[in-house]
Design a protein around this ligand. Structure first.
Ligand SMILES: Cc1cc2nc3c(=O)[nH]c(=O)nc-3n(C[C@H](O)[C@H](O)[C@H](O)COP(=O)(O)OP(=O)(O)OC[C@H]3O[C@@H](n4cnc5c(N)ncnc54)[C@H](O)[C@@H]3O)c2cc1C
Length: 452
């Protein structure tokens, strides 16, 4: 049964999920220790409590950590649950860690995206949970070495109109903006007050004062801390407990996990298409993006003011600090290279492409010095009538697997991972906990009918 987005989103908002059916009967197993390898964590005794439900989450980017948090948060309080996160390189080492972190619920033409209101709300919620976890960690005696940097720069985003046509479209779309993420049309003078030395391509600009600039790595580290805190809270509250383990390990074959887990949630971004069981079966296109980090040399006094917004134009400028900017991003549809590392040649090509684009709106960018480039591989989903929507759902039909373990896919977050990850991670967790992908909005599962 496919249900509408509105129905499933309504149920997602009141998540205390009953386990309707277990993917396999509970056995008399018990978990031994958090440091055990996944293959050694069970022992058998009929007198021990029931074996925990075990979920594997593959990938510790936006998708994987959101799913892990929601699984821990919304599983029944009396359920003995183990969540194992596997990441080949660690937290935020895929596309999420290199994202520019620009966050708002609109398309480049400032049209509200699919479920933009709910996505925005859920994202703000998860960001504040991560911020609270980071604050809590800072205040814990002896935990200073784990303290993390600023998670959110609250400075808004500017979107210029480039010509008469774009001004007309942006003006119309901005009329339907959310009250919680306003879009204000501002004139040249107001724009120059916001960003000194800005160049206005055409008459007016659109200012989103509540839009955010997230520091993705700090955010993901803090979200993982929030997961750890949830586990600590539940373990002190009753006889059943939750467990969370992060394994820095590559999973090269999905079916290897079938014996160990009740469910495996695949959140490995573009690299899903590198897994033997899924290769060529997902309707995803790869697109590599390079970002340039630029800094103001010491001899230049006039820096980017604290209150000035980031800028979203043909190239975007994500402000990291008064003397630090990220300029992005390139779109290489021919590359399947997932590496974060950028060769000198690729970096130089990216700079040659990005800096002229950025200078049409912020000519002073030419005074800034290139420091470093980094890259990521986007997993782009197909375009639908609702836009490019991520892919969710059970993928048991794609795997010749042991039926006791269910496999789920959450990917294709495209260039919008930050906006989508919180709400869709919640929906994904709900579907996994219930063992039922018909509760997902049909817009997110209809990709299964497409031939890749
Ligand atoms: C240059 C660039 C700029 C971007 N800017 C923005 C932006 O400003 N705002 C925005 O919303 N989005 C942005 N995006 C898009 C965003 O980064 C992605 O949508 C998002 O990161 C996808 O998240 P994910 O968790 O699905 O995948 P990933 O972040 O790629 O996470 C996958 C994880 O899985 C791990 N992994 C991979 N294979 C395996 C394996 N076999 N076994 C175990 N672990 C594995 C990886 O190490 C990685 O940590 C940008 C993307 C790029 C490339």
């Amino acid at each position: 049964m496919l249900i509408s987005a509105a129905e499933s989103l309504q149920s997602a908002c009141s998540l205390i999920v009953p386990i309707r059916r277990r993917t396999r009967p509970l056995l008399s197993f018990n978990s031994i220790s958090s440091s055990s390898s996944p293959s050694s964590v069970r022992c058998c005794s009929s007198s021990l409590p029931l074996r925990p439900i075990r979920y594997a989450v593959l990938g510790a980017g936006f998708a994987g950590l959101s799913v892990a948090w929601h699984l821990l948060k919304h599983s029944p309080i009396d359920l003995h649950l183990t969540v194992d996160i596997f990441d080949e390189s660690g937290i935020g080492c895929g596309a999420s860690g290199v994202a520019g972190g620009l966050l708002h619920p609109y398309s480049p033409k400032v049209k509200l995206l699919w479920q933009g209101d709910n996505c925005w709300k859920e994202c703000l919620k998860l960001l504040s949970i991560a911020e609270a976890a980071a604050e809590f960690r800072k205040s814990t005696p002896g935990a200073h070495e784990f303290s993390i940097g600023e998670i959110i720069h609250r400075r808004g985003i500017l979107r210029p109109a480039m010509d008469a046509k774009s001004l007309e479209i942006l003006t119309k779309n901005a009329e339907s903006c959310l009250p919680s993420c306003r879009i204000e049309s501002i004139d040249k003078e107001a724009a120059e007050t916001l960003v000194p030395n800005i160049h206005i391509p055409f008459k007016s600009l659109f200012y989103m004062p509540e839009a955010l600039n997230v520091h993705p790595l700090s955010y993901l580290q803090a979200l993982f801390m929030a997961c750890e805190n949830l586990v600590k809270e539940t373990s002190t509250s009753g006889s059943y407990k939750k467990e969370l383990h992060l394994h820095k390990r590559s999973v090269n074959q999905l079916t290897d996990l079938a014996e160990e887990y009740d469910a495996v949630v695949i959140c490995i971004g573009a690299k899903a298409d590198f897994l033997p069981e899924l290769a060529g079966k997902l309707p995803l296109r790869m697109c590599r993006g390079v970002i340039a980090h630029v800094q103001l040399p010491d001899h230049v006094k006039e820096c980017y003011p604290d209150h000035s917004p980031s800028i979203l134009s043909d190239a975007w400028l994500a402000v990291q600090g008064p003397r630090d900017l990220l300029v992005g991003s390139t779109w290489d549809w021919k590359s399947r290279n997932p590496s974060r590392e950028v060769t000198a040649e690729e970096a130089s090509q990216a700079v040659d492409e990005l800096i002229p684009k950025a200078s049409t709106i912020y000519p002073k960018i030419k005074d800034w010095t290139f420091v470093k480039a980094r890259a990521g591989l986007r997993a782009m989903p197909p375009l639908t009538s609702q836009g490019s929507l991520p892919l969710l759902g059970s993928v048991d039909h794609l795997l010749d697997s042991n039926r006791n373990c269910r496999y789920w896919f959450f990917g294709g977050l495209g260039a919008r991972g930050l906006l989508y990850h919180a709400l869709l991670g919640k929906l994904m967790a709900q579907a996994v906990l219930q063992g039922d992908d018909s509760i997902l909005p049909s817009e997110l599962t209809s990709w299964k009918k497409i031939k890749s």
